[in-house]
Each structure stands twice: as structure tokens, then as C-alpha cells.
Design a protein. Structure first.
Length: 418
């Protein structure tokens, strides 16, 4: 494992005028044409806001792997190292791989794992976003756009979409300028999606979070955050963007499922053998519990706008989730929820990494409130360990890393419990 990871970070911003947003939202323009236009627009009008070089601990990325990525990958950094050995020729297939009569002169190396590369992108997006955008992830969207949604106050939301790619260079560093750091295809997709979202709700800021893996040995990334805003905000009646509402409803449903008796949840999964009246009774009970969880989520995450939210709309969304698309299975998220049920401040082991325990610490309401009150947007905070507030201390000497509403750490062998 590498001793550290060097990251070259840049934050860029581009404001899109109302006339451009409305013009290119028309189906008259195809997607490729819209992407080309706004790539050119960003090249001419985007400006760099921040630029830093930072050093990250590999342990921080392994801890963040428990909180931010969509795909389940045990060790994305280890996967990158293995791929780099095949790419560089250090490792090869254990057979000849040549056959002259068919024109096969060499054996190609293994390809990179898209899952591992994507996970690296989501990890870096989550780490930087909670330092420079907002301290808490409001919604982690799964299998849909965007990857993360943050509430930034003042009835404004940040939609963050993470992308990652490998572009190994001899120098180990990335190119210059926005288009030198982000591939045109990814940049065009980001800007086109931003145009669609900003036309739907101008109270949203769209962020593209791009991670280029420049070198594996030594490990070097280039992370670029592109902030896409409407040049003018149009005030509309207070309501949640659809993606926020559905994401919160989904979170509430997962929490509610954990409170339902396991046997009842099991019966709900059956396609036959259960009376429709009993099935409906369980669904109604699940929705009732989920509505209670919604109240808690709103209180935690949307304190200054919670009173303006439509509970009826949430109820309809939950009904739709339970009826047509999703009912949580018994035990889903069981290990993590059980760890979170420990007393506030106590460490619970989630799994082991290289023989070392990876722990999670549940943050209580006071901790989360303190984080919100003291939060200041500062990208440089991304690589710094979490420091307990007040008089609270922890026995472990290894650094702790906050990822959303929980704190993670990887204990040394000496600190691991027998």
C-alpha cells in the first residue's frame, strides 16, 4: 500500500445565462450539438476559483469507501495497483499468447476494472464535496443521476455527479486548463445534464466532480470540480426538487424497514401464499413508519425549510416505492445499522482491511449540530482527519475520518481487540 496519495485539485465555475439555458433546452438541438456548444462556452467563460496540491492517506480513501461509492469494491486502491502491474508488463498471463499462423504476435494485458475506477471517482467526490460544498450528504442517489445531493442553505441544493478515468502520463501529472483536465465527452455530458436540470429548477447548482488517475506508482490523481450555476436565479414557490424528495423517501423507507418485525418483512417479499389483506396491512405499516422517519430526516437535514415541505407528496412517493418498485429486504443494511445502534461515541467494527479492524463511530445529534454550526467551505479541509469536539476523546491513536454523518477509522494491529 502506498504511503500517501498526491492530489492536484482545481475548482472551476461557469455561469449559464437564462437565454442560453432556454434556447438549448429545446428538442430542436440534439444532445451532441448541445454538448459541443456548452463545451465551447465553458472554455471561453469558465474561470478557475481554487487550485491546491494535497496529500491524502490511503486509509482515508479506504474509510470513505464504506460511505460514498455505489458499487461494492473491497479495496479500489489495491485494484488499481494490480491493474498497473498488468499495464506496465510487470505481470503477464502464464501462457504464450502467440500464434503466428493467425497473426497473433502478442498477448494483450488485462484491462482496468470500470467499477474500481468509478469508485475512486465517487470517493474523491464525496470527500471534497463535504469540505467545499456542504458538510452532510442529504441524498446518495443509486443508479440514477446525480450521485450526491447536498442541501446548502437558503433553499438551494447542490447536485454532484462523479466521474473518473485513467489517463496515465509519463510525468504523472495532468494537463492544463479545464479541457486539459477533463475529457470532452465527460465535460459535454456534465454541461448537457446541467442545462436540463437548471431549466427544471434554477435553485439547483450542478457540480461535475472529475477524477483523473494520472499515475499509480507513485499514486497521483487530478481532481476537478466544475460548478455550473444559472446566471440569474428565478424564485419559485418552495418545493423540493423531485430527486431530493425521492431520495429522502428511499432513505426513510430503509430506516423504517429496519424497525419492522423480520417475519413481516419476509412475508412481504413473497409473491404468493400471503393474503392480500395482510400484505396491504404490512405495506401500510411500513409507510406509516417511513413517514415518521421522513420527519426526522427533514429535521436533521432541512432545518430552515422543513416547514414548507409537502407531507402529502412524500406520502404519495412512499406509496409508489412500496407498490411498484422497491420494498427493502429483511436484513438490508443490517450490519451497518447494527453498528450505528451502538451507544453514541462507541466504535463498532464493520470489517477488516489487511488484518486491521475498520471501525465506525456513530455521531449523535450534538455532534452533527456542531458540524453544521462550525462548517466553513474550505477545500483544503478534505485531507484533514476528523477531530472530536468538546471534551470527547477516543482511545484509538490512529486518525479518524468523517464521511457524512459517521466517523471511520482503521486501527493498528496494536489497537485491535484480541
Amino acid at each position: 500500500m502506498h504511503a500517501h496519495i498526491d492530489v492536484d485539485f482545481e475548482h472551476w465555475r461557469v455561469d449559464l445565462p437564462e437565454e442560453k439555458l432556454s434556447r438549448y433546452n429545446s428538442p430542436h438541438f440534439d444532445e451532441a450539438e448541445v454538448a459541443r456548444y456548452f463545451i465551447k462556452f465553458a472554455e471561453e467563460h469558465a474561470h478557475q476559483c481554487h487550485s491546491y496540491t494535497q496529500t491524502f492517506s490511503p486509509d482515508q480513501l479506504l474509510c470513505a469507501n464504506e460511505a460514498f461509492p455505489e458499487a461494492a469494491v473491497a479495496d479500489p486502491l489495491g485494484d488499481l495497483e494490480v491493474w498497473d502491474e498488468w499495464r506496465s508488463g510487470t505481470r503477464v498471463f502464464p501462457y504464450e499468447g502467440k500464434f503466428g499462423r493467425l497473426g497473433i504476435r502478442a498477448q494483450d494485458p488485462k484491462t482496468q476494472s470500470p467499477s474500481s475506477v468509478g469508485v475512486i471517482g465517487e470517493i474523491m467526490a464525496g470527500i471534497y464535496a463535504q469540505a467545499g460544498i456542504a458538510p452532510q450528504v442529504l441524498v446518495r442517489v443509486i443508479r440514477r443521476w446525480p450521485d450526491f445531493i447536498f442541501y446548502t442553505g437558503g433553499d438551494l441544493y447542490a447536485f454532484v455527479e462523479a466521474k473518473a478515468f485513467t489517463q496515465i502520463t509519463n510525468s504523472g501529472f495532468c494537463g492544463v486548463g479545464l479541457r486539459g483536465r477533463v475529457r470532452d465527452k465527460l465535460l459535454g455530458d456534465c454541461l448537457r445534464d446541467a442545462v436540463r436540470q437548471l431549466n427544471a429548477d434554477t435553485r439547483v447548482v450542478v457540480w461535475g466532480a472529475f477524477t483523473q488517475i494520472c499515475s499509480v506508482t507513485p499514486m497521483r490523481f487530478a481532481v476537478t470540480f466544475l460548478e455550473v450555476r444559472p446566471a440569474e436565479y428565478v424564485r419559485r414557490p418552495a418545493r423540493l426538487p423531485a430527486a431530493v424528495e425521492e431520495g429522502l423517501a428511499f432513505r426513510a423507507l430503509l430506516r423504517a424497514a429496519y424497525r419492522v418485525e423480520p417475519r413481516r418483512m419476509y412475508d412481504l417479499q413473497l409473491t404468493s401464499g400471503l393474503k392480500s389483506s395482510l400484505r396491504q396491512e404490512t405495506k401500510d405499516y411500513l409507510i406509516q413508519l417511513a413517514m415518521e422517519e421522513v420527519e426526522g430526516l427533514l429535521a436533521e437535514s432541512l432545518m430552515d425549510v422543513a416547514q414548507g415541505i409537502s407531507r402529502e407528496s412524500f406520502f404519495e412517493t412512499l406509496q409508489s416505492l412500496v407498490r411498484t418498485s422497491y420494498v427493502p429486504e429483511e436484513g438490508e443494511g443490517k450490519r451497518f445499522f447494527e453498528a450505528k445502534q451502538r451507544a453514541i461515541g462507541e466504535a463498532a467494527t464493520l470489517r477488516h482491511v489487511g488484518g486491521r479492524p475498520l471501525i465506525v463511530i456513530n455521531l449523535g445529534p450534538e455532534d452533527r449540530s456542531q458540524i453544521d454550526r462550525t462548517f466553513r467551505r474550505d477545500w483544503k479541509q478534505a485531507s484533514r482527519p476528523w477531530i472530536p469536539t468538546g471534551t470527547r476523546t477516543y482511545r484509538n491513536r490512529e486518525p479518524l475520518w468523517r464521511c457524512g454523518g459517521s466517523v471511520f477509522g482503521i486501527l493498528s494491529a496494536e489497537e485491535a481487540e484480541p
